[in-house]
Design a protein around this ligand. Structure first.
Ligand SMILES: [Zn+2]
Ligand SMILES: [Zn+2]
Length: 250
């Protein structure tokens, strides 16, 4: 369960750098390792600074999840963390010990982890996911999430409808090809099947029959979609590693 937490920073005596900026930089790094969510505030007191954050679990602020940059930047601080309570607005995260599959699925309005456990259908905090490529933080996944959400917002606001709809729903769009590259790399790192969630066109009530047609075949290879033996997605193409929600109503 996501938690509301405090991180208390006490600068070492001789430390004269711009403390507020350094702390903000450390919090940005904790976001990139997947240890906290975006959107923090920092209180300034006489001798200390207190950051109010949302963290992903009881032990997710543990230094064992730091990367080398965080270790370096926190050298000049005595730090203490306190878990305050559950975050009432967050959903629970995955606590499965093993995952038989994963789904890479960016939700338009959810900024926590886009990596979903195929067994329980809940998100896996990014600090539990290996870094991709040669990275020392989750830069590529988080950057892709932001780009995907920006395109989604433009689509939902009906700005540049043809371009944005194609980016989200066409497997061959630049956005989805980037997602497929990340999926590929993630599968290499976790050594289990990883599916990329491809969204169906959402037509609402406009030309309902045409725009809400259930997918029966994979739009990429044309093979019949298989029922997904897990949670979160309904149908998958195992060959193309694509997943669909409501791909076909039973
Ligand atoms: Zn799970
Ligand atoms: Zn396919």
């Amino acid at each position: 369960m996501y938690k509301v937490a405090k991180i208390i920073f006490k600068p070492c005596k001789a430390y004269v750098e711009d403390i507020a900026d350094t702390i903000d930089g450390i919090l940005a790094m904790l976001y990139k390792t997947g240890q906290i969510s975006e959107g923090w505030s920092v209180e300034k007191h006489d001798q200390t600074y207190v950051a109010n954050v949302v963290t992903t679990d009881d032990d997710s602020l543990n230094p064992k999840y730091y990367n080398q940059y965080i270790f370096k930047e926190t050298e000049n601080f005595d730090m203490e963390t306190q878990i305050i309570c559950d975050d009432s607005t967050a959903s629970d995260s995955c606590h499965c010990l093993k995952h038989s599959s994963y789904i890479l699925a960016v939700e338009p309005y959810i900024s926590s982890s886009p990596v979903i456990c195929g067994d329980c259908g809940k998100e896996i905090p990014l600090y539990k996911i290996p870094y991709l490529y040669e990275e020392k933080e989750h830069y590529t996944i988080l950057n892709f999430q932001k780009t995907y959400q920006a395109v989604s917002h433009l689509w939902f606001d009906s700005l540049s409808d043809r371009f944005t709809k194609r980016q989200i729903t066409d497997f061959d769009s630049q956005l989805n090809k980037r997602g497929a590259d990340i999926r590929n790399e993630l599968e290499l790192k976790v050594d289990k099947p990883v599916y990329y969630l491809l969204r169906n066109p959402i037509g609402g009530w406009f030309e309902f029959e045409k725009n809400n047609e259930s997918l029966k075949a994979c739009p990429k290879c044309g093979k019949e979609l298989a029922k997904f033996d897990g949670r979160y997605a309904d149908k998958v193409c195992c060959d193309c590693r694509l997943a669909f929600i409501n791909g076909e109503q039973e």
